[in-house]
Design a protein around this ligand. Structure first.
Ligand code: NAD
Ligand code: ZN
Length: 328
């Protein structure tokens, strides 16, 4: 599969991953280095596992390690890990010596179906996630679903929430298939969908790419409110999709059956549809006003009107949000 972008294109290869030959540096995290020691050998930079590695301090340390390994402009950076490693590695590659090539080797379900494709890379600030970043497409993405065998169950669930999201916003056949077809097939289908969306709206300016944000306005607010500690991203957006489905129905944009189907699919997969934090209505609304889709204090959400039809609504009335949170 090939993804086209304004500066060229890159292939997505579905194959077993082996360390590439030649001038490479590998960036990975400590969990992967422990689980796959044969991949974390020469020229390997290992960072702590988790979101804390998307801080500027880690970024500087990684760049310094690159210098110690005598990485040049021709060196390829192999980002071997989940979304944290992909975002950090992609940002290092965007900026080290004004840019070097990098290969995405996503090892979580979330990174395989979402973050490794589309070219968004970045870092967090104390003030918020992904506040520093770039559009920096990889030179190649290698998808090896064997990596998913060692993924902890909670991380798998996290990715599953994004898989179901594709089912709700773009291709409802996924909702049935996810029960019966191998995970490789599901990953490939999700990547095809993400490819279509990012090719149609590379820089997120047309509202098309924003459709991938279903459940994320409420989900991000829950994550921020709980300091990114209590819930995984997938759990937070699962609750977010349940609440935003109710909002769409209350606004008359969708039929109540859509909400019921969203909720029943999430529940079937053991994903949460409720969080006690939803009672913190005013605090969550304040956070939603600071969401990057919001303009002039108006809350924006990508809402599913019917399965496969998701629209960016730029002025969701706070009264409707209040009601959905309270009933949530
Ligand atoms: N760039 C984008 O378009 C985009 C899209 C969505 C999310 N993201 C970013 O992705 C990040 C979340 O990604 P994530 O959920 O993959 O988190 P992650 O990279 O922290 O990985 C989750 C956990 O799984 C472990 N792990 C990874 N692969 C493993 C494997 N094969 N076996 C065992 N353990 C493994 C990691 O060590 C970590 O502890 C966030 O920072 C988010 O902002 C970026
Ligand atoms: Zn997400």
């Amino acid at each position: 599969m090939i993804v086209k972008h304004s500066r060229g294109q890159y292939p997505i290869q579905f194959r077993s991953f082996e360390l590439p030959q030649g001038d490479i540096v590998i960036l990975t995290d400590e969990n992967l280095a422990r689980e796959y020691p044969h991949l974390a050998t020469k020229n390997c930079i290992v960072v702590e596992a988790g979101e804390s590695s998307k801080l500027v301090e880690t970024y500087i340390w990684v760049c310094e390690q690159m210098v110690l390994y005598r990485a040049s402009r021709k060196t390829k950076l192999v980002a071997l890990g989940g979304g944290v490693i992909g975002d950090l590695g992609g940002f290092v590659a965007a900026t080290y010596m004004r840019g070097i090539p990098f290969i995405q080797v996503p090892t979580t379900l979330l990174a395989q179906v979402d973050s490794s494709v589309g070219g968004k890379v970045g870092l967090d600030l104390a003030a918020g996630k992904n506040l520093i970043g770039a559009f920096n497409p990889p030179s190649e993405v290698i998808i090896d679903t064997e990596f998913l065998k060692t993924l902890p169950e909670r991380e798998r669930q996290c990715g599953l929430a994004e898989v179901l999201k594709y089912g709700f916003i773009l291709d409802p056949t996924i909702l049935k298939d996810v029960h019966v077809v191998p995970i490789e097939t599901i990953v490939r289908r999700c990547i095809e969908l993400k490819k279509q969306v990012v090719e149609a709206d590379e820089f997120e300016t047309l509202g098309i790419r924003a459709s991938l944000n279903f459940g994320h306005t409420v989900g991000h607010a829950i994550e921020q409110f709980t300091g990114y500690k209590k819930y995984t991203h997938g759990e937070a957006i699962s609750v977010g999709m349940a609440v935003e489905a109710k909002i769409a129905a209350q606004m008359g944009l969708s039929q109540p059956e859509v909400t019921d189907t969203v909720i029943s699919n999430l529940e079937e997969h053991g994903l949460p549809i409720h969080a006690p934090e939803l009672e913190k209505v005013e605090e969550l609304i304040e956070l939603m006003k600071r969401d990057k889709k919001a303009e002039n204090g108006k809350i924006a959400m990508s809402l599913v009107c019917s399965f496969g039809d998701c629209r960016l609504v730029t002025d969701v009335p706070t009264e409707v949000i209040r009601r959905a949170l309270v009933s949530g």
